[in-house]
Design a protein around this ligand. Structure first.
Ligand code: CDP
Length: 796
């Protein structure tokens, strides 16, 4: 008779265990960077540039120094004397910490004041007199490469123009040949607008340098504390073991908290100079105007098609706008992140992608906002192109996708850009989605409604996302290989602590990591505490972004648990007085194969590890695992939205949205559903209302929550989620794939496709996001595409 524990009851794999971190979050007891107060702490504020491109003629901080309570005014000139005016970025570029020669975007950091409180510091910033000499401004890639364009990065010796890189991947000649064979060539051009992750908590840091111990402790809002430690060691030339980075609770990251920002560097230098803790907390406008912009990419593509609907080839050209500094994190080899993961779910023989990255007078962009290095743009283009191609062929949207999908028995599948996908049931996910939306019936309703002058539309979007970078062979950031880690300590009484190199920002790691240990060892999840984010205690890891935590750190947790189980087996054999070979495992307990009633629990083994180990065995029950995944994990999803568009006003309402996500084995189904709903909410916001752009002078339009709208429960439509398709990841120890970003990645195209579908017959192929009512109205009224690319008109 099995005496194995009931896995769901102990909070193991598959349990919708309530989020343990919410005990403190919903009581207002979270411990965020701004909650921390250290003795003698000072406050830092940043003076930002009002202009997007201007030479700095002079900076006079005399009046600021004279304000009582001011301890330090930092300018670029002072930073330069310490070789800190510029810092390296995560993409092998340099970025100004405080401007010296020029300002290159509106909101750029020009000076910092450190004072007794933030109000004095803010007043003192306003007392700094800066004389600027305005320069011509560039706000899009077309202007950046135009004849006679001013060189934004004239600080770089060999930079004669505004091009950062020209990068290509795929088979150009093969693609050309395939296009020659095509019956139909479908074309689409669009702009994925700049957007901002906009976490509730802005960025911030408290640097605390202790001269007596030579130790620098920094509390900060980073998603990747170990990478920051390495960066601080290199930039500030401090010994790495004397730097401790602590990420306390983080109020949302979404990629915004991956880069290294000037505010962090200035607070560190100020603390070293003043030998007092220095706190910098960014305000909302500072966050929206200067940190962590994403997307901003022009996509121009063609698809070669056979008349029967078979896709023969895809050609994509992109112009990506990176702002004034190329500072987003990318796997080093791939200049444009994983944009070439496009079309991975479709069986396309050959493809070619080229991308030109340019500097513009905008804050650094290209951050992986809730996506795996530019995958959102890739999937958006893919699904918009699929819709345009099906329309050009006069084919049914669902049928066109179905016939081009990689089939279940085609795995492993090499994509046209070289990725290896390993599992999925794409056709099945689509069937579930079509059934849930009642596809045939909706198409009938749509035709009927048209006859009565009502515009209904249906948009399908699918996505497959490469999640879990590394493996270390192919992925690194600044040469640091991408893998992750977990450390597990089982105490004498069978309670445990697990630490990882990841750092959650609200995703529920404290809940789900314990569930993985429970699954592997049978220790109840409530007996396991999870700790992340302190470089002095956590094993080295690359942090949390690109939904890499479950694929990599989660795998490391399973692997370290297995190491613990292997040692516990030896202890069990010793306690049961049999040889190890005679010992069997069932959840929570070892037993003698020939006498299943005689067994010992994992807790008894833990006690023995400290009190009754066999001769020669090292005491204790703890271990560490570093996990280098053999491949990325490849979740798949289908999102289908139906909408009604009011042709008088251009307002569109979502009628229904269904989501079918296959992320392999779900550790915590409730948390997975939360991730999907959050992602769909962001997708809807992106498609419908979030608008942050630039006028011709480089002024950021939308850098506050009156203009840059975040959807509340009131605006957000209800979602219908489906979880019946589960394709375990073949190489992940518990079969899980990432999920955190999928719906934000795949969702936007479902909404846009639905609106464009509603306008079918008008000749409108594209309206750039956000699909604001005036843009939709313009498209309907003038029967033309509507571009949203900057510069925007001043009345927009
Ligand atoms: O890296 P990040 O945590 O943002 O993304 P993720 O690895 O996709 O995980 C997001 C949340 O969903 C975490 O709490 C995961 O443990 C959970 N999850 C899950 O329960 N089952 C999966 N198959 C994937 C993620």
């Amino acid at each position: 008779m099995s005496q194995a524990l009931d896995e769901i009851k102990i909070g193991g794999l598959g349990a919708s265990r309530k989020r343990v971190e919410d005990n403190r979050f919903i009581r207002g007891k979270g411990n965020y960077t701004d909650d921390i107060t250290l003795p003698g702490m000072l406050h830092m504020e940043i003076l930002r540039s009002p202009l997007a491109h201007a030479r700095i003629v002079s900076i006079d901080a005399t009046k600021a120094w004279d304000i009582p309570g001011v301890h330090l005014v930092l300018t670029g000139e002072m930073m330069a004397t310490r070789n800190l005016a510029w810092m390296p970025t995560l993409s092998y570029d340099t970025q100004a910490v405080l401007a010296t020669d020029k300002v290159r975007f509106q909101g750029q950091e020009v000076a910092c004041v450190i004072a007794d409180d933030p109000y004095i510091a803010k007043d003192a910033c306003e007392a700094i007199e800066v004389e600027y000499e305005p320069l011509p401004v560039i706000v899009n890639p077309e202007q950046a490469v135009a004849e006679g364009a001013p060189v934004i990065r004239d600080d770089k010796e060999n930079q004669q123009d505004n091009v950062i890189f020209d990068w290509e991947v795929g088979d150009a000649a093969g693609t050309d040949r395939a296009f020659e064979q095509a019956d139909v060539i479908s074309r689409l051009k669009l702009h994925y607008p700049r957007s901002h992750p906009s976490p509730i908590e802005c960025c911030g840091s408290i640097a605390d340098f202790n001269r007596a111990t030579s130790k620098l402790t920094v509390y900060m809002t980073t998603q990747a504390p170990h990478i920051i430690r390495a960066a601080v060691a290199l930039v500030a030339e401090l010994p790495e073991h004397m730097i401790r980075i602590i990420s306390p609770d983080i109020g949302g990251g979404f990629g915004n908290k991956v880069p290294v920002y000037p505010g962090y560097v200035c607070s560190i230098l100020a603390s070293i100079l003043l030998e007092r803790p220095v706190k910098w907390i960014e305000d909302k406008s500072g966050n929206l105007i200067s940190t962590g912009f994403a997307r901003d990419i022009y996509l121009d593509g063609e698809m070669a098609l056979r008349r029967d609907g078979k896709i023969l080839a895809v050609r994509m050209h992109c112009d990506s706008d990176h702002g004034a500094f190329f500072s987003d994190a990318q796997p080093s080899k791939f200049k444009i992140g994983l944009l070439h993961s496009a079309f991975a779910a479709y069986d396309i023989p050959v493809a070619h992608l080229s991308d030109r990255g340019t500097y513009t007078n905008k804050a650094p962009g290209g951050v992986a906002y809730r996506c795996s290095f530019r995958v959102t743009e890739a999937m958006f283009f893919q699904e918009r192109m699929m819709q345009a191609a099906a329309d050009d062929l006069g084919m049914d949207q669902a049928e066109f996708r179905r016939m081009n999908f990689v089939r279940d028995d085609d795995f492993p599948h090499r994509t046209p850009f070289g990725f290896l996908t390993d599992s999925g049931q794409y056709g099945k996910c689509l069937e579930v989605g079509l059934k849930a939306i009642d596809y045939e019936d909706f198409r009938r309703q749509q035709t009927e409604a048209r006859k009565r002058g009502r515009l209904l539309g249906l948009g399908i979007s699918t996505m497959t996302e490469p999640l879990g970078a590394g493996n270390s062979r192919e992925y690194d950031i600044l040469g640091i290989k991408m893998f992750d880690s977990a450390e597990l300590k089982v105490h004498m009484t069978g309670k445990a602590i697990v630490r990882t190199g990841a750092r959650g920002q609200g995703q529920g790691h404290e809940t789900t990591w314990a569930q993985i240990v429970s699954h592997e060892l049978g220790i109840p999840a409530d007996d396991i505490v999870v700790e992340e984010g302190d470089t002095d205690t956590a094993p080295f890891g690359m942090g949390t972004y690109a939904s890499r935590s479950t694929p990599v750190a989660g795998a490391a947790i399973a692997m370290v648990s297995r190491k613990i189980r292997a040692k516990a087996r030896k202890l069990a054999a010793h306690l049961l007085e049999v040889s190890e070979e005679d010992v069997e495992w069932e959840l929570g307990r070892f037993y003698i194969r020939s006498a299943p009633d005689r067994g010992v629990t994992i807790q008894e083994c833990a006690m023995a590890a400290y009190s009754n180990m066999p001769d020669g065995m090292e005491p204790g029950l703890e271990n560490t695992a570093y996990y280098d995944p053999p491949n990325l994990t490849w979740p798949f999803a289908v999102y289908i939205a139906t909408v009604e568009v009011d042709q008088e006003t251009g307002v569109w309402d979502v009628l229904k949205i269904v989501a079918v996500d296959d992320c392999g084995v779900r550790i915590n189904p409730m948390i997975v559903e939360g991730q999907i709903m959050g992602g769909l909410t962001e997708a809807y916001a992106m498609a419908s209302m979030q608008f942050i752009t630039f006028d011709a002078e480089g002024n950021c339009v939308g850098s506050n929550y009156m203009d840059y709208l975040l959807p509340t429960a009131w605006e957000t439509p209800g979602f219908e989620l489906h979880s019946e398709v589960v394709t375990p990841c073949p190489h992940h120890p518990i079969g899980a794939k990432g999920i955190g970003e999928c719906a934000a990645v795949g969702g936007p195209a479902a909404f846009v496709n639905a609106v464009i579908d509603a306008l079918s017959g008008t000749g409108v192929r594209n309206i750039d996001m956000p699909l604001l009512p005036d843009r939709v109205w313009e498209a309907i009224t003038h029967r033309r595409d509507v571009s949203g690319a900057p510069p925007v008109r001043s009345d927009e």
